[in-house]
Design a protein around this ligand. Structure first.
Ligand code: NI
Length: 181
């Protein structure tokens, strides 16, 4: 899918379960430079193409604390990309809200997860500037989902152990079939 204003960028392969990299803790980013901006832009294009509303760098096999999000409705709203580098939750709201979440690294699996419905997050933006954002609704959910990736946490961790084991077995079997192992 060509998104004209992003046409100079490239699509990155998204890793999926059971890739062990998804379970690693991503390392902090020490320098916001052109290479990092390029990675963020490629991640955005990869996310739009998938299509998805969020992507963490570890999902394109780069275990660094970088994520991209855009919750804008593609049909009715202009793109509204957010790049977060080294995000830290400053405050979580008390109220919880359920949301049925999917994950580009776990295709065709959806899990209803209750998370705080609002939060404030501190991060560096694409230009390395300090930012603080207060979010609620879908954006708050997406930020928490992507930040979970930075710590190796996945939506299947919110399932019962039995259901999780079934999903993991299914993906392991599929990976064996794909590699012919
Ligand atoms: Ni995900």
């Amino acid at each position: 899918m060509a998104v004209t204003y992003l046409s100079a960028m490239s699509l990155l392969p998204i890793i999926t379960l059971p890739d062990p990299l998804l379970r690693t803790r991503s390392a902090p980013i020490e320098r916001v430079d052109d290479a990092l901006r390029r990675l963020a832009d490629d991640m955005l294009e990869t996310m739009y193409d998938a299509p998805g509303i969020g992507l963490a760098a570890v999902q394109v096999a780069v275990p660094r604390r970088l994520l991209v999000i855009d919750i804008a409705d593609k049909e009715t709203e202009p793109p509204s990309p957010i790049v977060m580098i080294n995000p830290e939750i400053v405050k979580l709201g008390d109220a919880l809200a359920p949301y049925e979440e999917g994950c580009l690294s776990i295709p065709d699996v959806r899990v209803e997860i209750e998370r705080p419905s609002s939060l404030t997050v501190h991060f560096l933006d694409r230009d390395g500037r300090e930012q603080q954002l207060t979010a609620d609704g879908l954006l708050a959910t997406a930020i928490q989902h992507e930040m979970d990736h930075l710590d190796g946490r996945l939506i299947i961790d919110f399932m019962s152990r039995l259901k999780r084991d079934i999903v993991v077995r299914r993906f392991k079997k599929q990976a064996r079939l794909e590699t012919g192992a």
